[in-house]
Design a protein around this ligand. Structure first.
Ligand code: AMP
Length: 428
């Protein structure tokens, strides 16, 4: 079976690496052949909305998927339906569904999806004129974040507004395209949840990830993050989105944790950077589960094999020799040319305890990115505001992970911590 993937970046590359043992072949579409996935599989090179190239992808592949969400939805729909009308023996199916992609491409549609599914999110307002920006700031207040509705990622296309005097410069910088103004959340920490839905509707969800961003870019993920009530609330939200879209494949939702409550920030209809640790530290990686889902295979266990820390390697790759001397370190080089702020690779360590994992993550950061060490120091300080109460027992498939008071304390949480429950949805 051949999987066609629009986008041939590092996510596509890791999908291919997970798919070859399943006996899958891959064909990518990207702007040029010199891409991370292009070192592993053939690439159709050209514009992502080129009807001829999309048609060829649709004809040559059994299933079409994506390695980033900003793919041209209408062009893909047209190309696949005309391939269906043709005599091609192979007829591509699209997964995840384009409706989910369209919702995730536009921050306004995304927020409305969260609202419709009763998933708490930041207060927001659409901004399409200078007057609308003033109205949004008057109603939501300052500070706030002004973001482009489309094509924003890794902190790009967004600006913090702290004072009324910031409006002019922000409008000058971003005002040419439709925008969204949202409340600035002085969050305690950021978490994400990742799961897969198969064609038969079954769902498998990974443990909660605790994420540390700097300048809008994910730098470190610690997982599983032992915050059982937050994990349950995040999983409930994810399940709701997966079911509402009759989703097939892997989906991620990122949240702010604010006063013990989750506020959804955004969703990614694809494998996610905060799930890279699952390659070594889960029974089945997010990449394999995405492929299992879209090809109609049963999902694999999302149970963890240990406590993982994943550090993104940004801007310039450190010497492999130095990091590979670290016992048990897993090294991923995407083969991309260095550039400031660019994700070039990542490394993962897996430890038997959360305390050891966090300590090693801190030591690794001190060698790689000393400026970021305070990020993890905050993790130790227990910044997830807990509520009193007993922590529930771990889910069944995580029986091997201890989540007692000691593990919680070591991971930066107060023992027995709980977060506020989410409102129940009216039912999508
Ligand atoms: P985004 O591209 O929306 O995921 O934003 C990237 C990062 O910027 C997030 O992970 C946060 O660290 C930060 N950020 C985005 N929106 C907000 C917000 N409304 N309040 C506080 N921080 C934010």
């Amino acid at each position: 079976m051949t999987i066609g993937i629009v986008g041939a970046g590092q996510l596509g590359r890791m999908l291919a690496l997970a798919g070859y043992p399943l006996g899958l072949d891959f064909l990518f579409l990207d702007r040029g052949p010199d891409t991370p996935a292009g070192r592993l599989a053939p690439v159709l090179a050209g514009p992502l909305d080129d009807p001829a190239l999309l048609g060829e992808l649709a004809r040559r592949c059994d299933i079409i998927s994506f390695d980033w969400e900003n793919v041209p939805v209408e062009a893909i729909e047209r190309a696949v339906s005309s391939a269906r009308g043709g005599s091609a023996a192979r007829i591509a199916r699209i997964a995840p569904p384009l409706r989910a992609l369209a919702a995730a491409q536009d921050r306004l549609a995304e927020k409305r999806t969260f609202e419709r599914l009763a998933i708490p999110t930041t207060r927001f307002a659409a901004v399409d004129s200078r007057a609308a920006l003033e109205r949004a700031v008057a109603s939501i207040g300052l500070p706030g974040m002004l973001k482009t509705r489309r094509l924003g990622y890794d902190g790009k296309g967004q600006q913090v507004l702290r004072r009324l005097e910031d409006l002019d410069a922000a409008w000058q910088r971003l005002g040419a395209v439709p925008l969204l103004y949202e409340q600035f959340v002085p969050f305690d920490c950021e978490v994400s949840i990742i799961g897969a839905r198969a064609r038969d509707g079954s769902i498998a969800i990974y443990p909660l990830n605790r994420n540390f961003h700097h300048a809008g870019i994910l730098r470190l993920t610690l997982a599983p993050w032992p915050a059982p009530r937050l994990e349950r609330a995040a999983a409930a939200a994810l399940r709701r989105v997966l079911q509402a879209f009759r989703y097939v494949g892997v989906l991620a939702i990122e949240f702010f944790v604010h006063r013990g409550r989750l506020l959804a920030n955004e969703m990614a209809p694809r494998v996610h950077n905060s799930g890279h640790w699952t390659i070594e530290a889960s029974v089945t990686s997010q990449f394999e589960n995405h492929l299992r889902a879209i090809t109609g295979l049963p999902l694999g266990s999302t149970g963890p094999r240990g406590h993982a820390a994943m550090i993104n390697l940004i801007g310039e790759m450190p010497p492999a020799r130095m990091l590979l001397a670290e016992p048990g370190l897993h090294w991923h080089d995407y083969g991309k040319p260095p550039r400031e702020g660019r994700k070039l690779g990542h490394c993962t360590i897996v430890e038997a305890s959360a305390a050891r994992r966090t300590a090693r993550a801190r030591a690794l950061l001190a060698r790689l990115y000393p400026d970021l060490v305070p990020l993890v120091a905050r993790a130790r300080a227990g910044r997830v505001p807990p509520r009193a109460g007993r922590a529930p027992p771990p889910p069944r498939d995580r029986g091997r992970m201890r989540r007692g008071a000691g593990a919680q304390r070591a991971a930066g949480e107060r023992p027995g911590s709980r977060a506020a429950p989410m409102r129940r949805p009216p039912g999508p």
